[in-house]
Design a protein around this ligand. Structure first.
Ligand SMILES: [Zn+2]
Length: 204
């Protein structure tokens, strides 16, 4: 349930918090903290990610929950286990905190980021980009992490009878730079275009 009390100032430094009026999460760029309103005043560390591509359209930051955790996998099937053990290990899982990518692209983008953690670099500076509000609260993230691993393994072998567990060790709030060009979006980490997101508008 959403907290009715929305603080306008950071309780640590007094700076104005950033976020649209419908956002579930407010940010202090000075302290690099993300306050989840449902559990205010607890906060998550805020990671601002650097773009790897030149900006040619209107840039904006899209919010993700960055999950650092560990998985375990169990199956009696030796052949399957062998297949799974040769897959590249996933890095942190970036789970979209906003609606529009959910169900469209999302799974794919999460796995792509998890396979390219070396390309996701934290930035010292905060660009003056528009912010997309968070509509997803950080609940059920261990279940989500487990499902992401299951779908990753499922691409290489049938996961029937395979037991996968996921444990979330630390959680961050990450702003990933995107850009909007006419009617398409591009994320600026790996350069993927998001063809199904034509109706998406970054929050004003
Ligand atoms: Zn602050």
């Amino acid at each position: 349930m959403k907290n009715l009390f929305i603080p306008v100032k950071c309780n640590r430094c007094g700076n104005e918090l950033k976020g649209g009026k419908n956002s579930e999460v407010y940010l202090c760029f000075n302290c690099r903290l993300a306050f989840v309103m449902a559990s205010y005043p607890s906060s998550l560390p805020l990671n601002i990610i650097k773009e790897n591509f030149k900006v040619t359209g209107t840039p904006f930051y899209a919010p993700f929950y960055k999950m650092v955790g560990e998985f375990s996998i169990k199956t009696d099937d030796k052949k399957k286990m062998d297949t799974f053990s040769h897959l590249k290990t996933l890095g942190p899982l970036y789970y979209g905190a906003f609606y529009n990518l959910k169900g469209l692209y999302y799974d794919d983008l999460t796995v792509k980021y998890a396979l390219n953690e070396d390309k996701i670099i934290e930035s010292d500076e905060v660009k003056n980009y528009k912010l997309v509000d968070a509509f997803i609260t950080p609940e059920n993230l261990e279940t989500i992490g487990r499902l992401i691993y299951l779908s990753y393994f499922d691409k290489s072998a049938d996961i029937t009878g395979v037991d996968v567990k996921y444990k979330l060790n630390s959680l961050f709030y990450a702003l990933i730079p995107f850009e909007k060009n006419d009617n398409h979006l591009k994320e600026l980490i790996l350069g993927n275009s998001l063809v199904n997101s034509i109706t998406f508008q970054p929050d004003e």
